[in-house]
Ligand binder design. Structure first.
Ligand code: GDP
Length: 501
């Protein structure tokens, strides 16, 4: 029990970071332990002595069905290398009506949206292969609604085809197969479909329910059929998004533009993103300055399912990160501060854990060494060792029998290790017992039988044992500073040595 400033000081000295808040009791205890202090913590472990406000942004609970408006499906193209993923994405991008009207130069921003003649819209992730798919998913962003599995009709199912199938299935994302390169001389659509069947992809023609569209990405054949299949699938899935309230989006890509600065492509999942909105992604903040589509065309607002390239980031957010709208810049700053603090806390906890692990290993090693020494006859661990006053009777040599008790492993280890360096022909040291925690009945029994001095570091003699200790004149030496304990130990040894002439 002590005043909080003292604890604070100890704590800061321990973690060497004055900005660090005390909001984890384990960290605090570790700090106190490192400082060799034994302090009872009063109050709640979460009591703050720092001005960090505990504000975080989290996604809202899922919207109810009637809040959902139809939105474009988000599609990822996957498949084996060279089967035509990039060619297909190019073909799809150029099929966009918007692009034709606007006449802009399409750039790679990580995602683009296609307007179909029917008025329907589809959003494509513009990074082929499963890298994008898995990096998004590893951060928990379930961005993809539908996977287009590209399989070259002249090559069939290959290694990465199988990987893609596995990933889509694990993520429970429906697949539409695009059997590509039907224009190639060796193309065999049916053989490809049979091969797919072998690997659990049963297309409609084979009696299954997976749509397979034979296409030529290069010749731009059957692309309309492919996009129609996507829309059909999207309708089956009843894909919808809630365009109201605070924005939730996923960072698809981030990069630094030589003139426009820090940019990121996002796909909105909820709410409607507008200029001036404040977003927090991880520990990055943006006050959205402008929104553009893949053709560079400025956008007023971005509803769910649509991609946009936005600027206004102060730091570059990571791909896959969830970007959440804050009510104000102030709130955003608080959230980032809180998140950073939490990250540091976790790091510190992790460090403390590693230290603890090392300590345990040390102690184990120490015990092992002690055991070896015991076997070699240097220490004699009781009670299986020699009887009381054996040394005196046998050789008349002075001896010191001790028991060591400490509050934590680390200190016990430190004490034992120091004692371990003791070596003398004149006085035999015998560590009869040692352990972590309060003195036990067993300790005092041993002390009585083997005439031991008990060294107690930061531990008490429990009330029920006290009478026994007093009756039997057992010497218990209390210490709370290691070097004092060691000094005391040396004095005990010296007291047993014959007087020097
Ligand atoms: P990715 O590695 O899956 O992205 O494959 P690419 O799109 O880079 O295509 C690999 C090669 O296949 C390129 O030489 C393309 O021109 C070619 N290719 C793509 N689609 C077709 C197609 O429909 N027919 C033919 N004949 N070749 C194609």
């Amino acid at each position: 029990e002590t005043d909080i400033n003292y604890v604070k000081e100890l704590f800061y000295n321990s973690v060497k970071d004055p900005q660090f808040p005390i909001d984890d009791v384990r960290i605090l205890q570790e700090a106190l332990r490192r400082a060799g202090k034994r302090i009872r913590i009063i109050g709640k472990p979460t009591d703050k002595i720092d001005d960090t406000v505990e504000v975080d942004l989290v996604p809202r609970p899922p919207p109810s069905k009637d809040e959902l408006k139809s939105r474009p499906p988000v599609v990822t193209v996957m498949g084996h290398v060279d089967h035509g993923k990039t060619t297909l994405l190019d073909a799809l991008r150029h099929s966009s009506v918007v692009e034709k009207e606007f006449g802009g130069i399409t750039q790679h921003i990580g995602a683009f949206s296609v307007n179909l003649d029917s008025g329907a819209k589809i959003t494509f992730l513009d990074t082929p292969g499963h890298a994008a798919f898995s990096s998004m998913r590893s951060r928990g962003a379930n961005l993809t609604d539908i996977v287009i599995l590209v399989v070259a009709a002249d090559d069939g199912v290959m290694e990465q085809t199988l990987e893609s199938i596995k990933m889509a299935k694990t993520a429970k994302v429906p697949i539409i197969v695009a059997i590509n390169k039907i224009d190639a001389p060796k193309a065999d659509v049916e053989a490809t479909e049979r091969m797919l069947l072998e690997f659990g992809i049963q297309v409609e023609k084979m009696g299954g329910d997976i749509q397979a569209i034979p296409i030529s990405a290069l010749k731009r054949q059957n692309l309309k059929q492919l996009t129609e299949a996507l829309i059909l699938q999207a309708e089956l899935l009843e894909i919808g998004g809630d365009p109201s309230g605070l924005v939730e989006a996923v960072i698809v890509e981030s990069n630094i533009h030589p003139f426009r600065g820090k940019l990121s492509t996002i796909i909105v999942q909820r709410g409607t993103l507008k200029k001036g909105d404040v977003l927090v992604a991880g520990t990055a903040i943006a006050k959205v300055r402008s929104l553009r589509d893949a053709d560079g065309k400025p956008l007023e607002q971005v509803p769910p399912g649509y991609p946009a390239e936005i600027d206004g980031w102060r730091e570059l957010p990571s791909a896959g990160e969830l970007a959440l709208e804050a009510n104000s810049e102030k709130e955003a700053r608080q959230v980032v501060k809180y998140r950073m603090t939490k990250m540091e806390l976790q790091k510190s906890l992790e460090e403390a854990r590693v230290i603890e692990q090392k300590r345990e290993i040390h102690l184990k090693e120490y015990k092992h060494r002690l055991e070896l020494k015991r076997k070699a006859g240097r220490y004699r661990m009781r009670p299986e060792g020699p009887r009381k006053s054996e040394y005196q009777e046998d050789s008349g040599q002075p001896y010191l029998n001790i028991i060591v008790r400490a509050d934590v492993d680390g200190t016990l280890e430190a004490i034992l290790e120091t004692l371990d360096t003791y070596e003398s022909d004149e006085c035999t040291l015998d560590i009869v017992n040692y352990g972590v925690g309060p003195i036990t009945q067993n300790d005092v029994d041993l002390a009585k039988t083997f005439n031991c001095v008990i060294f107690a570091f930061n531990v008490e003699v429990p009330k029920n044992i006290k009478p026994f200790v007093e009756e039997n004149n057992i010497v218990v030496k209390h210490h709370n500073i290691i070097y004092r304990l060691i000094d005391d130990f040396k004095q005990e040894i010296n007291a047993r040595l014959p007087e020097k002439e």
